[in-house]
Design a protein around this ligand. Structure first.
Ligand SMILES: [Zn+2]
Length: 247
């Protein structure tokens, strides 16, 4: 009994985690769209809003990179997360395929190379034709001082490992939702929006807007609610797991 009281006291004393939710695209860059013409930018924003509300109810602080239909470049999105010293960064997207039958959820973490050809094609869309910015030396990589660069690199390795845990939690949660799944697996790609993130960071493609039923589901308020709830559940699971292993 004493142990449980003590644990409860610790949980109350722990500072609230801060998460940055990034609704993909927006403004002049609307992303892909459903067969009916509903844009990815509008769908991701609604899903992110639902997830934000649930996370906040769960005691998590949330910053949205955009709260309306504004244009935002990719480096600004991750900079918001870095400046806020967020515990997690989740970029929310929806997918598109040249074949109508493809459906399901995919979650990505950053890597130097795309997992496969389909991922390479997706990258071209999600990177929004923004030029690749030099990654080093820069302030992001410790400002050029060798020791800081090494320490920074190590911190990124730890964050990268946690990105895989975050990706799995989000992917498992979304993959179970009827109408959104199935899970198409965890993947890796050099998405610009994940570059330079100093915390666990993932890009989730919640579903295929090119699939007739899945696209319709994601364009509906009900589908957006289901997706936002599942996304929030995944993030909450990740945060709970992190608390368990934290010293
Ligand atoms: Zn997208």
């Amino acid at each position: 009994m004493f142990a449980s009281v003590f644990c409860t006291a610790l949980a109350i004393a722990a500072p609230a985690k801060l998460v940055v939710l990034d609704a993909g695209h927006g403004g002049a860059k609307s992303g892909t769209k459903t067969i009916g013409g509903v844009t990815e930018a509008s769908i991701t924003l609604e899903i992110a809003k639902v997830a934000r509300d649930i996370l906040e109810k769960g005691g998590v602080r949330v910053i949205m990179t955009r709260r309306d239909d504004t244009t935002l470049d990719l480096s600004t999105r991750v900079a918001v997360a870095n400046e806020a010293n967020a515990a997690a960064f989740i970029s929310v997207h929806n997918n598109h395929a040249p074949v109508p039958e493809r459906r399901g959820v995919e979650t990505y973490i950053l890597s130097a190379n795309a997992s496969d050809e389909a991922t390479a094609a997706l990258m071209a869309v999600e990177n929004e034709s923004e030029p690749v910015k030099a990654q080093a030396p820069s302030e992001d990589f410790g400002g050029g001082d060798p020791l800081s660069m090494i320490l920074d690199d190590l911190s990124r390795t730890a964050a990268h490992k946690d990105s895989a845990l975050l990706a799995k939690a989000v992917q498992d949660s979304l993959g179970k939702v009827s109408g959104l799944g199935p899970s198409r697996g965890l993947r890796q790609a050099p998405f610009h929006v994940l570059r330079g993130a100093k915390m666990p960071a993932v890009l989730v493609e919640i579903g295929y807007l090119s699939h007739p039923q899945q696209g319709e589901t994601l364009a509906s308020a009900r589908g957006q609610r289901l997706a936002g709830e599942a996304l929030a559940r995944g993030v909450l699971k990740f945060i709970a797991e992190e608390r368990t292993v934290a010293p």
